[in-house]
Design a binder for this molecule. Structure first.
Ligand SMILES: Cc1cc2nc3c(=O)[nH]c(=O)nc-3n(C[C@H](O)[C@H](O)[C@H](O)COP(=O)(O)O)c2cc1C
Length: 191
C-alpha cells in the first residue's frame, strides 16, 4: 500500500469498527421498552387498532424463540366485542384479545408452555412499543379451555396458555403505573 493511502485506510477502518460497535451493542429503545413496560388496567380506552398494527404485534409473537424452533403456538385474535367480553369483562370498544394456545399440554411437551410464554411476552411488549396498552391474563384460561375452544377456533389438540389484551390507553406515566418489583439484591446470586 502506498504510504499516502495509509491514513485514509486507517480512518475508514476505524469508522467502520465504531459504526459496527454502535449498531451491535446499544439499542436503547429496545432496552427502554423492556424496562418501562407496565400492565395497563384502568387506563384502557376505546379506539380502534389498525389491521397493520395487529399484524406487527402478531409478527413479534411469531418471531419469539422456541425450543428446537418448534413454534408450538397458535394465535387467535378476538375482535368481536361480545365474544371478548365473555372472556375479559369491562373492555372498552376496540380492545382486542390475542389468545396464545399451545400444541402441548405442559406434561407431554413441557417446553411448549415456556415457548408460548415467550411469545406472550413478545406480543405484550410489541403492543406497548407501538404505543398501545397491553396486559397478560391467565385467569380466564379455564373458561376458555372448558367452554370456548370451538367458538374461538383453536386447532385440534391445542389449549390456551395465556392471552394478551391490547387497546388504546390514556397516557399515564409508565413508572407510576407499574407496581414495585423486589430488589435485585434479594433475588440474584453471583458465583
Ligand atoms: C402469567 C401472567 C398471568 C397474569 N394473569 C392476570 C390475570 O388473570 N388478570 C389480571 O388482571 N392480570 C394478570 N396478569 C397481569 C399481572 O398482574 C401484572 O403483569 C403484574 O401485576 C405486573 O404489573 P406491572 O408490570 O404493571 O407492575 C398476569 C401477568 C402474567 C405475567
Amino acid at each position: 500500500m502506498r504510504k499516502s493511502f495509509l491514513p485514509v485506510f486507517v480512518l475508514t477502518a476505524l469508522l467502520f469498527a465504531l459504526g459496527g460497535l454502535e449498531a451491535q451493542e446499544v439499542n436503547q429503545a429496545a432496552y427502554d421498552n423492556i424496562i418501562t413496560h407496565y400492565a395497563a388496567r384502568n387506563n384502557f380506552t376505546s379506539g380502534t387498532i389498525s389491521r397493520g398494527d395487529i399484524e406487527k404485534i402478531l409478527a413479534a409473537g411469531v418471531r419469539a424463540p422456541s425450543a428446537s424452533n418448534r413454534q408450538p403456538w397458535h394465535f387467535t385474535v378476538v375482535q368481536n366485542s361480545a365474544l371478548a367480553g365473555r372472556i375479559v369483562r369491562n373492555m372498552p370498544d376496540g380492545n382486542i384479545l390475542i389468545v396464545i394456545s399451545s400444541s402441548g399440554d405442559g406434561r407431554t411437551n413441557g417446553p411448549a408452555i415456556l415457548d408460548c410464554g415467550l411469545a406472550t411476552e413478545s406480543i405484550y411488549l410489541a403492543a406497548q412499543a407501538l404505543g398501545y396498552g397491553s396486559r397478560i391474563y391467565t385467569g380466564p384460561m379455564n373458561t376458555v379451555n372448558s367452554q370456548l375452544k370451538a367458538e374461538l377456533g383453536l386447532p385440534g389438540g391445542y389449549s390456551a396458555v395465556a392471552l394478551v389484551r391490547v387497546g388504546r390507553v390514556q397516557r399515564i406515566d409508565a413508572s407510576s403505573a407499574a407496581s414495585a418489583r423486589k430488589s435485585l439484591g434479594d433475588m440474584v446470586t453471583y458465583k
